[in-house]
Design a protein. Structure first.
Length: 561
């Protein structure tokens, strides 16, 4: 990797060398799309950069974006960088309170408003005096618009550049355990991540293969920002598509026909359950086992998912059950798990054809060093490491070892061949009354592998034994009014509890499974924008019921709400 070249240099090279190659495809409703070539993307970005510079912001000023993924998110990021500023992207599902916190904490100078579902509620969190610019697909407002600014503004000339140590992004963590932290990402860090990911991607799909990706996971999150945006900006040969809406997702996939597709475990599970809704799992399993016919059926399943052109698929952001990976590989999809975090631009570990095993997240990516501390914590030194936490120097001091390894907060095991297993979070460990620590994540992975379960959470601090709360699969929930269905679910959860406990040491075995009848969602505050469970929020919500559960002798119970 050429250390002197930065991500903006790659982008300007693409503008010069492949101006007419289509880079971005944006759906605009009614099945219509707009294609943007590299020349068109950079023309708009240069014009917006001129406008931003004309506002007289100080060098490095933070410019915020609140938007779903869209072509103008990428254009605005490039404009902010070329103008000499720093991007602050806010998750499009955040509450007004979090929007307010991020804008004030980052000292944002202007806000780009884009595609949003709940803007009237979120707008309450935006300081009244903060200037705003509306993307083309933004809710109707009276703000100055992107298109109007572009039409009246000349493009920024020349070859704008940034220093390696300048801050490219201020990324706020999704806040699963409290107030979001601002993670400072330098141009050097995001470039090293983009280079490493682009090299890894090309080694898997081929150097000359047309690369297509669908961007739909939040670009405000490190996983999508690095593995989709930074990869595409460095590689230059990736055609990036965007999703229009949840309702059109399948059509968006069919349009893109991605060669590389990444997702999070919950969505991989939902895709699988969608297949099972059309064909029972046992029947599909039987058909897949028939020579010749099995490969035809597998190809049909992949095509139905819109993933028939995928060469490599990836899962990240949270642990994925090994059985789910095995199922996708059985239908011919090369699904590999990876591991990373905001603090290393999601550039850490990845599985591949040579290094892959159930329950392991892969081996260290080029340039990454890893070791396990005496306490079992995973320590990482990545070329894409962050600069520090914004306005939190006390956290910086706690976050690194004396020799520069980042304390991930994850517990893990490292095999002799370099494969890494995540066994839990340091802060998630809890003690029951038996006095031994329990790591909830491995138990939750076992529970989540069951087709009736969408999500689960294991808890039980200070109680005689741990318990699990489960949210049932989406298609099951409307049928729970039927007494026969409830009885079937209860019996199956009894069997699941027995099965899970057989695999656990005595001190970690579950006292009960509690069925939570309302889903956990981003909107009700139980999930982060990347669909990780918010443990503290869920535990607080069920606290009034916990004593009743323990007093009841039944092994499977129903939460009252």
């Amino acid at each position: 990797m050429t250390q002197s070249k930065l991500i903006l240099d790659y982008v300007l090279d693409h503008e010069a060398r492949q101006a007419n190659r289509v880079f971005l495809t944006q759906p605009v409703g009614g099945g219509q799309v707009i294609d943007y070539t590299w020349a068109q993307v950079l023309d708009q970005s240069r014009r917006m950069a001129t406008h931003l510079q004309a506002q007289g912001f100080a060098p490095g000023a933070r410019i915020a974006m609140l938007s779903k993924n869209c072509a103008h998110f990428i254009m605005a990021e490039l404009a902010i960088w070329m103008a000499g500023y720093t991007t602050v992207a806010i998750f499009p599902t955040e509450t007004a309170e979090t929007v307010k916190y991020v804008l004030e904490h980052s000292e944002a100078s202007v806000l780009f408003v884009g595609k949003l579902d709940t803007w009237p509620q979120q707008e309450r969190g935006v300081p009244a005096a903060l200037p705003r610019i509306a993307f083309p697909l933004a809710p109707k407002t009276d703000y100055d618009t992107w298109d109007a600014i572009i039409a009246r503004t000349a493009p920024l000339a020349g070859q704008p550049s940034r220093r390696a140590d300048e801050m490219a992004m201020l990324m706020y963590t999704s806040g699963s355990t409290g107030t979001p932290k601002g993670v400072m990402i330098s141009f050097d860090a995001i470039t090293r991540a983009g280079e490493g990911i682009a090299a890894d991607t090309r080694s898997r799909i081929g150097q000359e293969t047309d690369s297509r990706m669908l961007s739909y996971l939040p670009l405000a999150h490190s996983f999508e920002r690095s593995w989709v945006e930074a990869d595409a900006l460095v590689d230059g040969r990736t055609h990036l598509f965007f999703a229009e809406s949840l309702d059109t997702f399948l059509q968006d996939l069919q349009r893109a026909r991605p060669t590389l597709f990444i997702s999070v475990p919950r969505l991989w599970l939902k895709f699988q359950l969608g297949v099972f809704a059309k064909m029972p799992a046992k029947k599909l399993d039987r058909l897949l086992g028939i020579p010749i016919l099995g490969s035809i059926v597998a190809r049909k399943v992949r095509k139905g998912l819109g993933l028939d052109a995928v060469i490599v698929a990836g899962s990240g952001s949270a642990p994925i059950p090994p059985d789910l990976i095995a199922w996708y590989r059985r239908i011919g999809l090369a699904l590999y798990e990876g591991y990373g975090m905001t603090e290393d631009c999601s550039y850490s570990h990845s599985s591949n054809a040579q290094f892959s095993a159930p329950g392991y997240v892969g081996v260290a990516m080029p340039g990454v060093q890893v070791r396990i501390s005496a306490e079992g914590e995973i320590l990482i030194k990545s070329p894409a490491r962050f600069t520090g936490y914004y306005k939190r120097p006390e956290l910086d001091a706690e976050s690194f070892t004396e020799d520069g390894f980042f304390r991930t907060g994850d517990l893990g095991e490292l095999r002799a061949d370099g494969l890494l297993k995540i066994t839990g979070r340091v802060k998630e460990l809890f003690k029951t009354a038996k006095g031994k620590y329990i790591a909830p994540a491995p138990i939750e992975n076992r529970i989540n592998a069951h087709p009736m379960v969408e999500l689960s959470m294991v808890s039980g601090v200070g109680h005689p034994a741990a318990y699990a709360i489960v949210v049932l699969a989406e298609e099951l929930r409307p049928r729970l009014k039927d007494a026969a269905v409830r009885a079937e679910v209860q019996a199956e959860m009894e069997r699941l509890l027995t099965q899970v406990n057989q695999e656990l040491p005595d001190y970690a075995q579950l006292r009960m499974i509690v069925i939570h009848q309302e889903p956990w969602t981003i909107e009700n505050g139980c999930l982060t924008p990347t669909m990780k469970i918010k443990r503290a929020r869920i535990e607080a919500a069920v606290a009034p019921e916990v004593e009743r559960w323990y007093a009841d002798s039944h092994r499977v119970q129903w939460a009252s709400s």
